[in-house]
Design a protein around this ligand. Structure first.
Ligand SMILES: Nc1ncnc2c1ncn2[C@@H]1O[C@H](COP(=O)(O)OP(=O)(O)OP(=O)(O)O)[C@@H](O)[C@H]1O
Length: 281
């Protein structure tokens, strides 16, 4: 079953479209990287999936159930601003969220916070660093034992060690409980090692959506003579010329002509080429 399915999903703020005709099927038990340009629609997509905002047209389904303005009981959502009560202590925050949720594991929350024994449970939220707030907010999400976890730029304020710990926690729940994670990020470097599936958004449009390895297998970086571009077969996504050479990213490439060489692209370069092509074109 798909964890998250959208059909013709669009969202406009006033007359400005933020997401356009988005039809995707995100698989269960996978880590899905949501990437794209600034203002591409990532936060809008996650907020629609969480039921926080309503679609202008189209539909979102989580585990087959239509999302109608409320979070699916099997989903948890971490928005970009971490939703915590400033005046609560950590212990009060944990108790409050626990009291609101029928399915709740205080043990999972403690496991998620175990890397920070130095942080007193009596500390007020307002005294915590940004990174610690993120880790507390994530621990509260994991305490709900979600089957689908929606994370909006969760790693932007974490130091390298905290990122490693954060990903370790997520991957443990993916492996042990089959949890599905959709996480948005600007850093493809940090996603490359953890994502099974990639969704690329640009100005509200889905440019790519699929299994990472299949996407990479379906493309080739080709290099050849700048005056011989017409011998490249397949769909040319983006071309750059340097002196007498040209380099192109090609989707569904055909056989290479004499004088051309090809190699499998890196994920980061592939995404950059898709975005560059849209900016130029
Ligand atoms: N509440 C809102 N009211 C009006 N416009 C909005 C609102 N939220 C988002 N937008 C607009 O919708 C578009 C998509 O924004 P969104 O925040 O979803 O993109 P994003 O990919 O998450 O961006 P970023 O990477 O910069 O965080 C942008 O043009 C943004 O200005």
């Amino acid at each position: 079953m798909s964890a998250l399915r959208t059909t013709g999903l669009s969202k406009s703020y006033g007359r400005k479209p933020a997401l356009r005709d988005c039809t995707v099927d995100l698989p269960e038990g996978k880590v899905i990287g949501l990437v794209g340009s600034n203002g591409g629609g990532k936060s809008t997509f996650l907020a629609l999936a969480a039921g926080l905002i309503r679609p202008t047209t189209g539909q979102v389904r989580v585990f087959g159930d239509e999302v109608r303005g409320r979070l699916h009981p099997d989903a948890a959502y971490l928005p970009q601003h971490r939703p915590l009560h400033e005046d609560f202590t950590i212990a009060e925050m944990i108790r409050a969220v626990g009291a609101m949720n029928e399915r709740w594991s205080p043990e999972r929350v403690e496991e998620a916070l175990a890397a920070h024994p130095e942080v007193d449970r009596g500390s007020r939220v307002r005294s915590l660093s940004q990174g610690m707030r993120t880790q507390l907010a994530l621990a509260l999400c994991l305490g709900r034992l979600p089957k689908l976890l929606l994370l909006d730029e969760p790693m932007s304020d974490l130091d390298p060690l905290a990122r490693e710990e954060f990903l370790r926690l997520l991957l443990a729940d993916v492996a042990e409980r089959g949890m599905t994670v959709v996480l948005s990020s600007h850093s493809l470097g940090e996603l490359r090692d953890v994502c099974d599936h990639l969704m690329l958004l640009h100005v509200g449009e889905v440019l790519l959506n699929g299994d990472v390895e299949e996407i990479l297998d379906d493309h080739l970086d080709v290099v050849g003579p700048a005056d011989d571009g017409s011998s490249v077969t397949g769909t040319v996504i983006c071309t750059r010329r340097t002196g007498r050479q040209q380099r192109s990213l090609v989707r569904a490439p055909g056989a290479l002509a004499a004088g051309w060489e090809g190699r499998r692209p890196e994920l980061e370069g592939l995404v950059t080429d898709y975005l560059r092509a849209r900016r130029v074109g």
